[in-house]
Design a protein around this ligand. Structure first.
Ligand code: UDX
Length: 445
């Protein structure tokens, strides 16, 4: 908390412009706003957040020339997007911060800029902050274990995973780590270099969730590391959806029995094939379980139409609601929701964990495989679905997750995770204390 009589301080947040990164950044900014900081959000023009959802913040847009660079928005091309943003945004960010600092010295403002918190994918920010003599802090919106891949030398990774977190060891991640492309190696080196120069790293995770990974990183790496998640629970924050949330979801859920609904959503990037949609639809229909299913416009590969199989709508009637985008945090917090079929994006994972909702896991790419291993094999609050979707497996998975006796212990453990999350967030809890420590660090550098 800023003390009375002190000059008010401003924190600058630099966003990586994709939904799974915008949400945690704005949630973190909200937490700092409740601690008394003024907030400036600097974001690329592409995927601009809506300022009217966050009236207390100042939003500044910087040119990114992402679309002019003909970069594909497909998940597999994310490295190219990162390189383009890091290259194109550096000069505009510097000008923008210089203007703010000029104000600092001059007449317009009595505030000083206390630091710049940036998404770890926007690693160029650290170098701009260094040039201007501002403290930079890296924000990681993914699991701490994902950082292990960057911090630990490749040759040691397998044995470290095996000895520290054996359940994560057989993960697809190790093969990615062993055979990185040149571009992946370059990006990882740049990100690590920036993070090492930073004044601290703030992670959207909790000590109890990732104790082994956090301890291992701390052994290898002296940089101050703060596990202060889940960010969406630090302070009540407004929605930061880039897509319009369908308002029917909550009123529909209000009419459903407690813990009866399976919520289905694969986040903001992952795509589905037409055949996936058919198998999912029949699996949901045959499970007899009511469902709320998000199918983003354009997320079915090769078509912009929503092609559901003939007879499906008649079969499920009003037992199912399909929308293009949902107010996910509210949905997962609703009493009617008893299970989440997810692609295991880290935000979705934390949003589910914090509400005690067990998960049916179908990771699609990158860190989602690591998150799935945590959910199913370390925390044991979810089930894995095979990647090739089959309606019979879907039906069985949903019934085990939601109603069958085999899922009883998993459902119970999921509720225990909700209680543990609440403890982390209470005064004196690990996340709340870590946020206080991080705040002290900001005021001290
Ligand atoms: C991306 C990566 O894919 C993910 O693996 C990484 O961990 C973070 O960045 P994304 O795939 O979009 O994110 O998944 P996720 O991390 O779950 O973030 C999606 C966000 O969109 C969540 O905060 C979720 O609440 C929100 N959402 C999703 C909605 O608000 N409504 C929806 O209908 C679906």
């Amino acid at each position: 908390m800023q003390k009375q009589g002190e000059n008010p301080s401003r924190l600058v947040f630099v966003v990586y412009p994709f939904q799974g990164h915008i949400n945690p950044m704005l949630q973190l900014a909200t937490a700092f706003h409740t601690k008394g900081y003024s907030i400036t959000i600097i974001h690329p023009e592409f995927n601009s957040p809506n300022p009217s959802n966050h009236p207390p913040f100042t939003f500044v847009s910087i040119p990114d020339r992402l679309l002019q660079s003909n970069v594909s928005l497909a998940p597999g091309d994310f490295l190219t997007r990162i390189f383009v943003l890091n290259k194109n945004c550096a000069a505009p960010l510097k000008q923008c911060l210089e203007r703010m600092l000029d104000d600092d010295d001059g007449k317009h403002s009595v505030e000083h800029v206390a630091g710049v918190i940036y998404d770890c994918f926007m690693y160029f920010v650290q170098f701009v902050a260094d040039d201007l003599g501002l403290p930079g802090f890296s924000m990681r919106p993914v699991a701490a274990a994902w950082l292990l891949v960057s911090v630990i030398p490749h040759t040691e990774q397998e044995s470290v995973f095996e000895s520290q977190i054996p359940e994560l060891q057989p993960l697809e991640l190790t093969s990615m780590a062993k055979n990185p492309t040149d571009a992946a190696t370059e990006m990882r080196a740049a990100m690590l270099n920036a993070t090492e120069r930073s004044s601290g790293v703030i992670l959207n995770t909790m000590e109890f969730l990732e104790y082994a990974a956090l301890s291992t990183i701390r052994e290898y790496w002296p940089a101050p590391l703060f596990a202060t998640g889940p960010f969406h629970k630090l302070a009540p924050s407004s929605a930061s959806s880039l897509l319009q949330e369908d308002a029917r979801c909550i009123s529909w859920l209000d009419h459903q029995a407690p813990r009866s609904i399976i919520y289905v959503s694969f986040g903001s990037i992952a795509g589905l094939s037409k055949q996936d949609v058919v198998e999912m639809a029949w699996g949901l229909a045959e499970s007899k379980q009511p469902f709320l299913w998000v199918i983003r416009h354009g997320s079915v590969l090769g078509t912009t139409e929503l092609l559901l199989p003939d007879g499906f709508r008649e079969r499920v009637g009003d037992r199912g609601l399909i929308v293009e985008w949902a107010p996910q945090q509210e949905v997962l917090a609703h009493d009617a929701v008893g299970g989440f079929w997810t692609h295991c994006g880290w935000n979705s994972t934390l949003e589910s964990v914090s509400q005690g909702v067990p998960m049916l896991c179908r990771p699609c790419f990158g860190d989602q495989f690591l998150n799935m291993r945590y959910i199913c094999y370390v925390w044991k609050i979810g089930l894995r679905l095979e990647n090739v979707l089959d309606r019979g497996n879907v039906e069985d998975g949903i019934r085990t997750l939601m109603v069958n006796i085999q899922g009883e212990e998993m459902r119970h453990r999921a509720m225990e995770f909700k209680a543990k999350t609440e403890l982390c967030l209470r005064e004196g809890g690990s996340s709340s204390s870590s946020l206080d420590e991080f705040t002290k660090l900001i005021s001290s550098v």
